[in-house]
Design a protein around this ligand. Structure first.
Ligand SMILES: *Cc1c(COP(=O)(O)O)cnc(C)c1O
Length: 368
């Protein structure tokens, strides 16, 4: 069986360093908000080329806290609208709802699966305060165009970078450094994955960073003094330390995945398969390699019978979820096509060349 994502194997490659790191943290006797977190935050801010990185408990909290901080700073208020892609993972949308703001769904581009700048302007109203682009599957959105619209209408830009650690544009800018602030997830299966939950916010805005640091720690800047009704959302020492170990190899792992993606793009020739489209090589970090096909269930079943595990990201669009009943009757045709047809192939730093060959051969034999 070729696994979709072999997390066991991925983390085995780091075993020696991770075990050593565990011992160091264990023996330090300090487990929350200490030197390991500070070191990782500095490394990751440096990696993204932002002034600040703030570790938090998970990717959803990262997005929630950014929006919450803008509310505390009186830049956003209840009922304001944020534009977000209609085909994203639901967390991007939940972060808006959780703050009593209104998510306004924007149809993606069917080629890139990312927010279509063409569809943004017509949805901007007097209540719009921000755009929340998601660099879906690991590919940067068209950030030049998005930033231009944001500037024109004086909107904040909050990037959802949960799938795009290290994606870099022709201009040399990295994911997390285009907008005003960005949320990252270090969920184990993400490009940079912890051994549990984790997340971070990057920003170069001092005031925003200071507000978020208080909000994630019970709303407190100074111990036992609380300025806001905050929450507890901290990245613990152990996960921060593990992430420092894995960050050192992130670019190497991404490069390995780019080579797999290049093989898929070149060698999958079956006409029943629609391959993902990319603009710039380095702007995609291939969190997922997502193909489309008319009869997805049939293809997935065929691959499964041939011992190849695939996953659907994602089977149900957000507007068809029970959680958003109020949207169930709305139509987002592009998003619906995507959700009905996408299938993610295995791609990972431990997928062997032989496995890639097997996957390509089986797909090329499908339906012929
Ligand atoms: C994973 C993910 C999140 C949420 O991250 P968690 O760490 O699981 O909370 C948010 N947005 C997108 C696009 C994601 O893929």
């Amino acid at each position: 069986m070729i696994k979709f994502l072999d997390l066991y194997q991925i983390n085995q490659t780091y075993k020696k360093d991770l075990v050593q790191t565990f011992e160091r943290v264990l023996d330090s006797g300090w487990y929350i908000m200490g030197a390991e977190l500070k070191e990782f935050e500095e490394k990751f801010a440096n990696y993204c080329n932002t002034k600040h990185c703030i570790g938090v408990a998970n990717g959803l909290d990262a997005l929630i806290l950014i929006i919450r901080a803008y509310k505390e700073l009186h830049i956003f208020k209840d009922g304001d609208e944020i534009l977000v892609p209609s085909n994203t993972y639901i967390a991007s949308i939940l972060a808006i709802s959780a703050n009593n703001l209104i998510p306004v769904l924007v149809e993606p581009n069917l080629e890139t699966y990312n927010l279509d700048p063409e569809n943004i302007e017509k949805l901007i109203t007097g209540k719009t305060v921000a755009i929340l682009p998601v660099h879906l599957y690991g590919q940067l959105c068209e950030m030049d165009a998005i930033m231009e619209i944001a500037k024109k209408f004086n909107l904040k830009v909050i990037e959802d970078c949960a799938q795009s650690h290290g994606a870099i544009s022709y201009s040399g800018k990295k994911a997390g450094n285009f907008g005003d602030a960005a949320g990252f997830s270090f969920y184990p299966g993400k490009n940079l994955g912890a051994l549990g939950d984790g997340g971070a916010i990057t920003t170069s805005d001092d005031k925003l960073a200071e507000t978020i640091r208080a909000l994630l720690n019970y709303g407190s800047h100074i111990k036992y003094e609380n300025r806001y009704k905050g929450i507890n959302s901290r990245l613990d020492e152990l996960q921060a330390a593990f992430l420092s170990v894995k960050l050192a190899k992130l670019d190497e792992e991404t490069e390995y995945k780019r080579k797999i993606a290049e093989r898929y793009l070149k060698e999958i020739t079956n006409e029943k398969i629609i391959l993902p489209s990319t603009t710039e090589r380095d702007a995609h970090v291939w969190h997922l390699f997502v193909i489309r096909t008319a009869n997805r269930a049939d293809l997935q079943n065929y691959l499964s019978k041939n011992d190849i595990q695939t996953v659907i990201h994602y089977p149900i669009p957000p507007h068809k979820q029970d959680a958003y009943k109020e949207w169930n009757t709305l139509n987002f045709p592009i998003s619906e096509i995507i959700h009905a047809q996408v299938l993610s192939l295995p791609i990972s730093p431990v997928l062997s060349d032989d496995d890639v060959t097997t996957i390509i051969n089986k797909i090329n034999l499908y339906g012929v």
